[in-house]
Design a protein around this ligand. Structure first.
Ligand SMILES: NC(=O)c1ccc[n+]([C@@H]2O[C@H](COP(=O)([O-])OP(=O)(O)OC[C@H]3O[C@@H](n4cnc5c(N)ncnc54)[C@H](OP(=O)(O)O)[C@@H]3O)[C@@H](O)[C@H]2O)c1
Length: 291
């Protein structure tokens, strides 16, 4: 990639490195010389991915941390283990995500899509924020989706207990990714830690593969026309490494261009309330104080 600021000596943490966009991004970024840590929830899948990332990137400085991001205790353990072995963090990529056609709950009793797609990145980022600040200039990148347009943040039913439909619930979690990004960027102004998010396009990955439902059937029909994971990872890698985005923060990108998310993302009051609700649901008290 042109304008990739020297990645030698940089440390990049990518959640969900076992397949799809996360694994593709890990290969490309490791290929640029960065040290890459990927997370997985299954040791077997994680080790297989690790071997593939190392051999295809030609970089041995790729390692694995295990955590099921549906469980907040595991997110906390992940942050602790990361801190125990690393004194800095240059780029945090919150990529892991899922689609659930039917409502399920995590061991913490939280709706699964919200927990994995929004609360886990919220908690992990906040727990690693001081390392990012110490390593500044540093970057947080959240993988969102254009599906955010189907989403609506209803603070009275954040966990979709009243009505559950897979795509709007997924969209809500991806809108929450954008709102978290903008709010984080505002809270971090003046620190040289930037926060941006992106939509990877429609990408042929494992997303929703084990789910059932009409929407998923329709989604699968389009699989042959979808992007490869490498192509889907392009904007993510661009945000992680390019000097062109140095200092840019609080923005949403599609195909390396700044894009405009749906209106709710610009509602500062709603963003703050979502932040507070997320703090409550994760038991986190504001680490990133408003500047
Ligand atoms: N594919 C698309 O068209 C598309 C479009 C827009 C946005 N996105 C976003 O792109 C991101 C990556 O998705 P993908 O398309 O690459 O799908 P994918 O191939 O299914 O990869 C998802 C990754 O997240 C991990 N993950 C899921 N649940 C987890 C949990 N509870 N704990 C820990 N890790 C978990 C998966 O681990 P396992 O291997 O163990 O399942 C996998 O590594 C997601 O945030 C998704 O919302 C995708």
């Amino acid at each position: 990639m042109e304008n990739a600021s020297g990645m030698d000596g940089k440390l990049v943490l990518i959640t969900g490195g076992t397949s799809g966009i996360g694994k593709a991004a890990a290969k490309i970024i490791a290929g640029m010389g960065a040290e890459v840590i990927v997370t997985a929830r299954s040791q077997q899948k994680g080790e297989a991915a690790l071997e593939e990332i190392r051999s295809e990137s030609g970089n041995d400085r790729v390692s694995l941390l295990l955590a099921d991001l549906a469980a907040q205790a595991e997110v906390r353990r992940l942050a602790k283990e990361f801190r125990a072995s690393h004194a800095r963090l240059d780029v945090l990529v919150n990529n892991a995500g899922l689609y659930k056609a039917r409502r399920t709950e995590t061991p913490d009793g939280i709706e699964m899509t919200l927990a994995v797609n929004h609360l886990a990145p919220f908690l992990l980022t906040n727990l690693l924020l001081d390392l990012l600040e110490k390593s500044a200039p540093s970057r947080v990148i959240n993988v969102s989706s254009e599906a955010e347009r189907w989403g609506k943040i209803d603070l009275d039913d954040l966990q979709s207990e009243r009505r559950y439909r897979g795509f709007p619930v997924y969209g809500k979690s991806k809108l929450a990714n954008i709102m978290f990004t903008i709010e984080l960027a505002e809270r971090l102004r003046g620190t040289s830690v930037t926060a941006n998010c992106m939509h990877p396009g429609s990408v042929n990955t494992n997303m929703g593969r084990s789910e059932r439902g009409v929407g998923i059937l329709l989604f699968r029909t389009f699989k042959p026309f979808m992007r490869s994971p490498e192509r889907g990872a392009d904007t993510l890698v661009y945000l992680a490494v390019s000097s062109e985005v140095e200092g840019r923060t609080g923005e949403y990108f599609i195909d390396r261009e700044v894009a405009t998310p749906s209106g709710e993302a610009y509602d500062g009051t709603l963003r703050e309330k979502l932040w507070e609700a997320s703090e409550e649901l994760t038991g986190l008290k504001g680490v990133a104080a408003k500047q």
